[in-house]
Design a protein around this ligand. Structure first.
Ligand code: ZN
Length: 518
């Protein structure tokens, strides 16, 4: 703490003079993101004065803290304090408790509902380190980031928690001085218990995964069997299905969708219970958060692509029940595998995607959500065009791969060990993920020259093997601390890699730049 105080004195910050603070903050683009000295770094963009107290993030080389310097120690923040001259300086751990205090002091550091934002980008960050890269990739673009986004599966594999994920994003938002608002998504949640733990952590977005309450079986049933099962459904559901859907043709913008009698009954059998559950979750969210929540309906983790008639049925039933759907993720035709480009017929994709977009526009205008959305460069132009940018693009593991890329560039030994462990753990990891990689086609790490290591991140087999290996790597305490230490040492290289990669997504989607009026 004394070193930080000496560095503050050197740069003229011991008096929290707002003019001096603004000048140092504004010089970040020109002079670099931090001021260095006494073995410490003070992050320029984090400098902020509130009620006479100066707040900032500083690193002592091995760890970062939030500091507060003023006449008295602020309420809420916890940590040791020292006196420097007539001032007190407090050093707060980047903990969940101190994140809650930060949200009180600087409300822009807390996640918010992005219901009213047209374009949103899910920036899953498994390490809790990539936020500055995500923010820089979206800077100057008309899109809002969802910076904290984890599924229960990811939390388990990374040994993190919802409050920890939100805290990590909050402190990095503060470090970057970003005040534009960001979302937090409890991703692929299937029950009220998990939903409550995400809500308790202050996450305004819930991605409700309906996989377990949908019934996929009737998809393959004969009309006779569908009719037989339909007969035993609740009278109300039967009446609604007959009156509203059986044999009806729905005129949508530029297209139409027909639902035959059998298909309507099939939908009632497949989705009736799921729609009821979604309505229950929506009521729960409204009770807990008023209107400040984003409900995403996810039906993408199914065995077959979502037929337009089925999407239309689900959307209509949700609308009839007054469910506030912010976004919906159907499963599209072709393959959306983790971390690699779209696999399939581009024309077939576009033809059906258009219809999904028309359905969303006709049923309340929710955003079409693209899951496993990273790296689908060949379909982004079509996605941007047909959604009119009213979309949510969900990415996660691709940012982890950028961290791995930095290792490939700067620490060949570490990268080779990561690759070897990834190949080793592939059989186990691939049980949890939809990937088609063949680990036997990944070259032996020792046989790759240093200059060829980064190319592994462009080769689909190695890329997917690395993509799903994060659980094993972060579950090994030695490897985990090595990866974190490495990325702390190469923080800016990491941010730049993430910025460049996510920036490519944003450009190809055609996310417009923010218009500035002269
Ligand atoms: Zn998904």
């Amino acid at each position: 703490m004394e070193q930080v105080a000496r560095l503050l004195a050197q740069v003229g910050l011991l008096e929290a003079d707002p003019g001096r603070v603004a000048a140092l903050k504004g010089s970040a683009d020109r002079e670099g993101p931090w001021m260095e000295g006494e073995g410490c770094r003070i992050y320029r963009r984090s400098l902020r004065v509130r009620e006479g107290t100066l707040y900032f993030i500083a690193s002592n080389g091995s760890s970062k803290h939030l500091y507060a310097l003023g006449g008295s120690v602020p309420r809420g923040l916890e940590g040791p304090a020292i006196s420097t001259g007539r001032l007190r300086m407090l050093r707060a751990e980047l903990s969940t408790g101190n994140a809650a205090a930060l949200h009180e002091l600087f409300p822009y550091t807390a996640p918010v509902s992005l219901r009213d934002r047209t374009t949103t980008i899910g920036c899953g960050d498994r390490l809790g380190l990539a936020t500055p890269g995500h923010l820089r990739a979206l800077a100057g673009r008309q899109a809002a980031p969802v910076l904290a986004q984890q599924s229960v599966r990811e939390l388990t594999l990374t040994q993190r928690s919802f409050p920890g994920v939100v805290a990590d994003a909050s402190f990095l938002v503060f470090q970057e001085g970003y005040e534009g608002g960001y979302g937090a998504d409890g991703d692929h949640l299937k029950n009220l218990r998990d939903i409550d733990s995400a809500l308790d952590a202050g996450m305004p977005m819930i991605t409700l995964d309906l996989t377990e309450v949908m019934s996929p079986e009737p998809a393959a049933w004969t009309p006779a069997r569908v009719d037989q099962a339909f007969a035993s459904l609740a009278e109300e559901l039967k009446a609604v299905t007959s009156a509203r859907y059986e044999g009806k043709r729905f005129e949508l913008e530029g297209t139409s969708v027909e639902i035959g009698a059998t298909e309507a009954r099939r939908c009632a059998l497949m989705y009736g219970r799921a729609v009821e559950f979604a309505a229950e979750v929506d009521r729960h969210l409204r009770t807990r958060r008023g209107a400040a929540y984003d409900l995403e309906i996810s039906i993408d983790e199914t065995t077959a692509p979502t037929l337009p008639a089925h999407h239309l049925y689900i959307a209509s039933e949700l609308q009839r029940r007054g469910v506030a759907v912010t976004s919906m993720a159907p499963r599209f035709v072709g393959e959306f595998q983790k971390g690699i480009d779209y696999i399939g017929d581009l024309r077939a994709f576009e033809e059906q995607f258009k219809v999904h977009c028309a359905i969303s526009r006709s049923r309340g205008g929710y955003k079409v959500s693209i899951h496993s959305g990273s790296d689908k460069f060949s379909v982004y132009p079509a996605i941007g065009r047909h959604t009119g940018m009213r979309l949510h693009l969900k990415t996660a593991g691709t940012s982890w791969l950028e961290a791995v890329r930095v290792a490939a560039r700067l620490d060949p030994g570490l990268f080779r060990r990561i690759l070897a462990a990834a190949v080793d753990g592939f059989a186990e990891a691939s049980r949890l993920y939809h990937v088609a990689a063949d680990p036997a086609r990944v070259p032996a790490p020792q046989s790759i020259p240093d200059a060829g290591l980064e190319a592994c991140l462009e080769e689909p087999n190695a890329r997917q093997v690395l993509h799903i290996a994060y659980g094993r790597l972060l579950g090994d305490p030695g490897m985990r601390s090595e990866i974190y230490r490495f990325l702390a040492e190469h923080e800016e290289e990491h941010y730049t890699a993430v910025e460049r990669h996510i920036g490519r997504h944003v450009r190809l989607l055609g996310v417009p730049e923010v218009t500035r009026f002269p």
